[in-house]
Design a binder for this molecule. Structure first.
Ligand code: ADP
Ligand code: MG
Length: 337
């Protein structure tokens, strides 16, 4: 797609053709003043938005357009899933300089729309603006049974704490890309976790469907920080056994090469987009949950009535170095996001 040849309306037409896919629930999509969704009785609508901006969230030097398109939707699916909702569709505001290389737009849409089809989450509208930096701002919608959304405020003392997938891989991948470079197949897999994450976006809706959980958050800023949000909003605390954390495959080896602490990457590296959730004390085991959610699930601790997070290592209290990333907060690790 060449915006200089197509002009704004030609470009919208081209997007509309490429974005064609089944769109259950939508009566009107791209082409009118707004899209129209017919919600089902007994369901609530979930809305979330997340932007990726060139040289803030990514550099063209270390990512490819296809991965970027995939990631732009993946991070929104992660938020929809973390509410326990199934994705239903999304809007896209796209900003780019007029001289943008055609291959960047084509690759971006290829990655974006591939995931849109795989997740049955159609592109139903958007906007195009001129911008000095490539920017993709997505607003995604989901649907969840009324009153059943997984909330940060939903955790109760005694519940067990579970996390899907693996931690620390995306952060290690980013540091490899920005530092010494990616050499082995294992390091390439870590870089992929950074550039093209695959959040378990179906897991939240499966938990709601089976009435197994009331509380979840997606791990986007690091486990320590995101668990902090969950316990604060719920007015509870948590204990976490650090030796139980599911380190990403190849994390320890990569951390050694980077001269970083793998535990710090797993706890506060960020961008893993895994799902952190609670289940009842007598609820299913991690193995049973893994079968039901069709992804790896690890029990890492429990919710406590005492506020704050108590980390233990081999049964002893342990205070890891703090914090995930925050925009606008002065930090020597600015390049993290
Ligand atoms: P308006 O001036 O009414 O905002 P636009 O000309 O901006 O209309 O958009 C025309 C149609 O194309 C709308 O349905 C809009 O949702 C859709 N559209 C515009 N930009 C995008 C985009 N980047 N992705 C998907 N749909 C888009
Ligand atoms: Mg418009």
């Amino acid at each position: 797609m060449n915006p200089r040849e197509l002009g704004e309306f030609g470009l919208i037409e081209a997007i509309r053709r490429r974005a064609a896919q089944a769109h259950p629930g939508w009566r009107v999509t791209i082409g009118d003043d707004a899209a129209v969704f017919k919600s089902r009785p007994g369901e609530e609508l979930v809305a979330t938005t997340d932007a990726v901006v060139e040289d803030v969230h990514f550099h063209w030097r270390t990512t490819d357009p296809r991965s970027l398109g995939h990631k732009a939707l993946a991070v929104n699916l992660s938020d929809v899933g973390a509410m326990g909702a199934r994705p239903v569709g999304f809007l896209l505001t796209l900003g780019f300089p007029p001289q943008i290389a055609e291959a960047r737009l084509d690759g971006f849409f290829a990655g974006l729309l591939r995931l849109a089809r795989a997740s049955r989450c159609p592109l139903v509208g958007g906007d195009i603006v001129r911008s000095p930096a490539f920017t993709a701002s997505l607003t995604a919608f989901g649907a969840v049974a009324a009153g059943r959304a997984l909330l940060r405020s939903g955790a109760r003392p005694g519940e067990r704490l579970m996390v899907t997938g693996e931690l620390g891989g995306a952060a290690a991948g980013l540091r490899l890309l920005e530092g010494p470079g990616v050499r082995t197949a294992q390091e390439r897999a870590l870089a992929r976790r950074q550039n093209a994450p695959s959040p378990p976006w179906r897991a939240g809706a499966a938990l709601v469907g089976a009435r197994l959980s009331r509380a979840a958050i997606d791990v986007s800023d690091g486990l320590a920080q995101d668990l902090g949000h969950l316990v604060r909003e719920s007015g509870v605390g948590a204990r976490v056994a650090l030796e139980s954390l599911p380190f990403a495959r190849g994390l320890e080896r990569a951390a050694a090469r980077l001269r970083l602490d793998p535990l710090a990457l797993a706890l506060s590296g960020g961008e893993d987009y895994e799902l952190l959730f609670t289940v009842a004390r007598r609820g299913p085991s991690a193995a049973a949950l893994a079968r039901r959610l069709q992804c790896r699930v690890t029990e890492i601790g429990a919710i406590t009535a005492t506020r704050g997070i108590a980390f233990t290592r081999a049964g002893r209290p342990y205070q890891p170095r703090e914090a995930g990333f925050q925009h606008f907060k002065a930090s020597p690790r600015r390049s993290e996001k």
